[in-house]
Design a protein around this ligand. Structure first.
Ligand code: DGY
Length: 422
């Protein structure tokens, strides 16, 4: 039950740069948005004050329009590309990127508050963060779903957090490979290149950064002109869950008008996500907003509506999870092994990820699928420990891949300590 807990705490302490936690020492030497949501919850299992501080420090990078950037560059580092000079943003007091990441922060705040053992202090920290979260959710609605469709757009694969997911192959192929910024990858100096995205993908990633920088990071122009524009099922599911968590916070710390505003966003999101259900695949699909068509490439992200508490297809989703889990030794593969696109060691094209596993274990437990949740929690803990707290894992044999001593793997180990059989 407590195996690896001390090691996990030690990793968070070692990756602490004074108020924020780097995901991994050299590979990711700044503060990342959704990593910090998980990491804050991990810290809070043994140091609540430090958990709150993680989120407060991240919000130093929030822009005046509400955007929470995907990277906050608190201190310089030569170890990462593209650094602040490539982004060229001016939205916050500290240098930041100009795109975002899956919005898990309201859920992190609500989770830390709900399990807090230091009530008055926790109430005060959560109350301080609430207006930041509200501004961030308003940004999502305004900047990424101005027509009120119920689905928000992601404009860069990095925004989905699942950079080289096979779901993005077709939409990303529309993005030119030419860049004005010279590509000086650092990631492949830290990690085996076979475990990272390919060179042409990086060219397209940087093309988008060049384009957006040229548009002055104007949200309206970016949405109108980005050649990559998807409704990522993962991001939309995480946002829907976060809306429920933000609503709980609004009822405590906000006004009735704010709560009503959040309530009004939930049914359109539920209905729009519902339309992304694929009966043939037994999960949800992302949607290509440029082609105006579903992206018929199933990935683990299509299971994440379980994290949002969506009930209609919960039993079928649990069956899909079970089938995928039986096909590998160490679930959940990010791409099903039956797919011709399955690459078991290459980043988001096959490996199992602690972050996804935690969201699925949490979601299925809340949906009453406790057996599935407990089994996944237990195997995830064994995978993280056996693979030495790496970033992601080969689902065939549990080999640890990507960055070592990874903060979100440590955080997930700590979070799963509360699952009975983990
Ligand atoms: C990276 O650099 O690999 C990140 O995923 C981008 O945020």
């Amino acid at each position: 039950m407590s195996e690896g807990v001390e090691a996990a705490r030690a990793i968070l302490r070692a990756n602490d740069r004074g108020g924020y936690t780097v995901p991994a020492a050299r590979l990711y030497p700044f503060q990342w948005n959704w990593d910090s949501g998980l990491v804050a919850m991990g810290w809070a299992t043994f140091d609540e004050a430090r958990g709150w501080q993680e989120l407060e420090t991240l919000f130093r990078g929030q822009w005046a329009d509400g955007l929470v950037p995907h990277i906050v560059f608190h201190a310089p580092s030569e170890d990462y590309f593209p650094g602040p000079e490539v982004w060229g943003t001016r939205g916050a007091l500290v240098p930041t990127s100009g795109i975002t990441q899956p919005p898990i922060l309201a859920s992190a705040v609500q989770a830390i508050l709900a399990s807090s053992e230091k009530r008055p202090a926790a109430e005060a920290r959560a109350a301080g963060l609430y207006p930041r979260l509200l501004a961030s959710h308003r940004w999502w609605a305004r900047a990424r779903d101005p027509a009120g469709t119920g689905l928000v757009a992601s404009l860069h694969p990095w925004e989905t957090g699942m950079d080289n997911s096979p779901s993005w192959d077709a939409p990303l192929a529309r993005v030119p490979t030419e860049t004005t910024t010279p590509i000086l990858r650092r990631d492949t100096g830290h990690v085996n290149a076979a475990e990272r995205p390919r060179g042409t993908e990086y060219q397209r990633y940087i093309h988008l950064v060049d384009l957006f920088r040229g548009l002055g990071w104007d949200a309206r122009l970016m949405l109108a002109q980005s050649p990559f524009r998807v409704a990522d099922i993962g991001t939309n599911a995480i946002l829907l869950r976060a809306e429920h968590d933000l609503l709980a916070l609004a009822r405590r710390f906000g006004s009735p008008a704010e709560a009503a505003e959040i309530v009004a966003r939930i049914p359109p999101a539920e209905q729009a996500i519902g339309r992304l259900w694929s009966e043939a695949d037994g999960l949800y699909l992302s949607y290509d907003l440029t082609a105006d068509a579903p992206i018929a490439v199933p990935t683990a992200s299509g299971l994440l509506p379980a994290f949002a508490g969506l009930r209609p297809h919960a039993a079928r989703l649990a069956a899909t999870l079970a089938a995928w889990s039986e096909a590998v030794a160490w679930p959940v593969p990010s791409t099903p092994p039956s797919s011709p696109l399955f690459e078991p060691q290459r980043y988001w094209r096959g490996p199992a990820w602690p972050s996804v596993n935690w969201m699925l274990a949490d979601g299925f437990a809340r949906l009453g699928k406790e057996g599935a949740a407990r089994a996944l929690a237990a195997s995830t803990v064994r995978m993280i420990l056996g693979g030495d707290f790496h970033e992601y894992f080969d689902p065939r044999d549990g080999t640890g891949l990507g960055g070592a001593d990874f903060s979100w793997s440590a955080a997930v180990r700590l979070l799963l300590a509360k699952f009975p059989r983990a």
